[in-house]
Design a protein around this ligand. Structure first.
Ligand SMILES: [Zn+2]
Ligand SMILES: [Zn+2]
Length: 689
């Protein structure tokens, strides 16, 4: 596999190098005079075939060629990317075979990113250009070709040596330059110079607004080539590389004023479509090779070639780091012996289709790198002269779908090849919707539109329309619609994306620590019975001494709260405070008190009389003491509620005693009997006798 890989890369180098160089020269066909042979081949010393003769007769551009739209037939020619596919080496009997090849070619391209993204703007015609003979010229292996070439030379042939020529419409021939460089250019198949001009002239007649010509050569041998209009006028090429010793002198003035056309050639070999895909990318995409093709092809005009080696300044800096394909992507060209390569840089290495081609059953598929795709899109937009909307965040944080493979029959086995093939994940930033919307651009005829008015519609993963852009984690789709204005047509694009969970958000919410409730205070700790319900209000304070808001708890009271008794107030915390459960406090409803109505002294005794108070009262509690503050030597007596006097005896004579009285009621608190007392009466004193 490794060997094969190198084999194909080596081929590609040859193809692009030679095709561009030689093809451009070829277009001096304008300078031909009538009846003259294909002199550019002579001038470059190639063992050219008996050339197609330039002629002004009507057969040069036949009037009755069959033209058929095979794709995008409803599109207008000038508002589409227009391909014109023509035949070489197909006889009139082989028309159907040509049509099938043309259709396969378009199917292949329309599966390939970024060609695929422009499928609905792509139109293709076939114009059947029948040949007198089937096949291609010099359809020989390099070894066979060179053996025959040398044998002819030994016979004393001078100038052009004709080997294995076929009379075909555009005179496509393999082994272009093989003899000139004495190097294996077997796979370089090109029309003759005049053939190229003829292709351009037919295109001008049959599809004047064409963007790209494809010539399909009827040979199973692997090969292809390409020309680029954008490079043409500026790049006359003078071969300077070592030439075989029998090369005739060149007339350099012959190569002035070259003019390019977008022309790709591919044989019907199943791998040759890849050559076309690469060559069209040069022409329509204005892309440079990503191997070193020689100093004459070095230019800053291409999006994928530069002399800037600073990653922060390079023209593809937006693509760096994010894409697997282009990360760290300021790669020096490898010089292939040409020192000039050292000052030129490319965005990828060993992975882009502008460097290497895929081939059937290889298990390797080379995509266009991200930088090339984006440059290609820009130029396709220009070519179609239309308006498109793009989701451009693939430049930053997406991974493209990885490519598949080419089956043995040349079918591209490939799943999703448009923008929806990219997976996009956004880290949660809190403003993900805004970031997403800035990722859409509108391009009209190759130019990015300033501040386009785009309408965004968001859907959740179940396709429910959302009121606004989501910011929570999840998978969504967004449809971005541009309404169009003036010359600009309306367009929409739909993009699926995922907002990732924020790892910080997955933790419990960071709330300020709540100070624990500490004290519970009632507005009154006791009431005196008045026949009404009494319920004190509650104040809770936390450990900082701050009141806890009443919304953080509920207050409940024991039953009743009217009769004399001991009642419980319970606070149950809720919400943020619920972890503190509850607090409670009791309060009493006391019986009414009474008062001492008379103290009467007697011998070592006194009698106390009081006012009757029997409401909510079990009895009376009397205290007496020689200490007026009732601290020391306090004695007491309980009396049933039915009595109103009590004699206290066995006292000392001639001593002053202080006396007070209160009522009480015996109640049950938590199953135990408890006396709830009234307030004390006023203190009175008496001196015993
Ligand atoms: Zn190339
Ligand atoms: Zn590239």
């Amino acid at each position: 596999m490794r060997r094969n890989n190198n084999f194909f890369k080596a081929f590609l180098l040859s193809v692009c190098f030679m095709i561009t160089a030689f093809g451009l020269n070829a277009l001096t066909a304008h300078a031909y005079s009538e009846g003259e042979t294909d002199d550019c081949y002579k001038a470059t010393g190639i063992g050219a075939q008996e050339g197609l003769k330039y002629t002004s007769d009507e057969d040069w551009v036949p009037k009755n060629l069959e033209k058929k739209a095979i794709q995008g037939e409803n599109l207008s020619d000038d508002k589409s990317i227009l391909y014109l596919i023509m035949a070489d080496g197909f006889t009139a009997d082989e028309k159907d075979a040509f049509e099938k090849e043309a259709s396969d070619m378009m199917n292949y391209l329309m599966k390939l990113v970024p060609y695929s993204e422009f499928k609905n703007l792509t139109k293709a015609y076939t114009v059947f250009t029948p040949s007198n003979e089937s096949g291609a010229s010099r359809d020989l292996s390099y070894a066979d070709y060179m053996a025959q070439y040398k044998a002819e030379k030994e016979k004393g042939e001078q100038g052009n040596v004709e080997i294995d020529t076929k009379d075909t419409f555009f005179k496509c021939a393999f082994n272009q330059l093989s003899a000139y460089y004495n190097y294996d250019y077997e796979r370089l198949i090109e029309p003759s110079c005049a053939g190229m001009q003829r292709a351009a002239d037919i295109a001008k007649e049959y599809a004047p607004s064409y963007n790209q010509i494809i010539i399909i050569s009827n040979s199973e041998r692997y090969g292809g080539s390409g020309l680029s209009e954008q490079w043409g006028p500026y790049r006359p090429y003078y071969p300077t590389t070592t030439q075989s010793s029998d090369t005739p002198a060149k007339d350099e003035t012959y190569f002035q004023e070259v003019k390019g056309i977008n022309l790709a050639v591919a044989s019907i070999n199943s791998a040759s479509k890849e050559v076309a895909a690469h060559e069209i990318a040069h022409a329509l995409g204005n892309l440079a090779d990503e191997y070193w093709p020689g100093e004459v092809f070095a230019t800053e005009n291409c999006p994928n070639m530069t002399q800037t080696s600073d990653a922060s300044q390079v023209k593809w800096k937006d693509f760096l780091t994010y894409s697997e394909r282009t990360k760290n992507g300021v790669f020096q060209y490898e010089g292939y012996g040409d020192a000039a390569a050292n000052s030129w840089y490319r965005p990828s290495k060993g992975s882009c289709k502008m460097e290497a081609l895929s081939y059937p059953n290889s298990g390797i598929f080379y995509e266009f790198c991200e930088v090339c795709r984006e440059g290609f899109r820009e130029n396709m937009s220009k070519a179609s002269n239309s308006t498109s909307i793009y989701w451009q965040d693939y430049c930053k944080n997406s991974t493209p779908s990885t490519a598949k493979t080419i089956a043995a029959d040349g079918t591209l086995e490939y799943s999703t090849l448009d923008q929806s093939g990219y997976t996009t994940e956004f880290a949660y930033t809190g403003n993900a919707p805004k970031d997403l919307e800035s990722s859409f651009i509108v391009r009209h005829a190759g130019t990015v539109v300033d501040n386009p008015k785009i309408t965004f519609t968001y859907y959740d993963s179940k396709k429910n329309k959302l009121d606004k852009a989501p910011s929570a984690s999840g998978t969504y789709t967004v449809t971005a619609a541009f309404a169009g204005s003036g010359d600009m047509n309306s367009c929409t694009v739909t993009k699926a994306y995922t907002i990732l969970k924020d790892t910080n958000q997955q933790k419990p919410p960071q709330q300020p620590e709540i100070a624990a409730p500490k004290t519970m205070t009632l507005s009154a700790s006791a009431y005196t019975y008045n026949g009404k319900v009494r319920k004190p209000s509650v104040t809770i304070k936390d450990t900082n001494g701050k009141a806890v808001g009443a919304s953080n708890y509920t207050v409940s009271y024991s039953k009743g709260c009217k009769n004399v008794g001991r009642y419980t107030v319970t606070v149950t915390f809720k919400g943020d405070y619920s972890k503190y459960k509850s607090m409670s406090k009791t309060f009493d409803i006391k019986p009414k008190t009474t008062s001492i109505s008379k103290l009467k002294a007697s011998k070592k005794a006194f009698t106390v009389k009081w006012k009757k108070q029997t409401t909510q009262t079990t009895g009376y509690h009397i205290q007496y003491s020689k200490d007026k503050k009732f601290k020391n030597g306090v004695k007491a007596a309980n009396v049933k509620s039915s009595k109103t006097l009590k004699k206290i005896s066995k006292l000392k004579s001639k001593k002053t005693y202080y006396v007070r009285i209160r009522t009480y009621k015996t109640v049950k608190v938590n199953g135990k009997s408890v006396k709830v007392y009234s307030n004390w009466s006023k203190i009175k004193k008496v001196k015993t006798k």
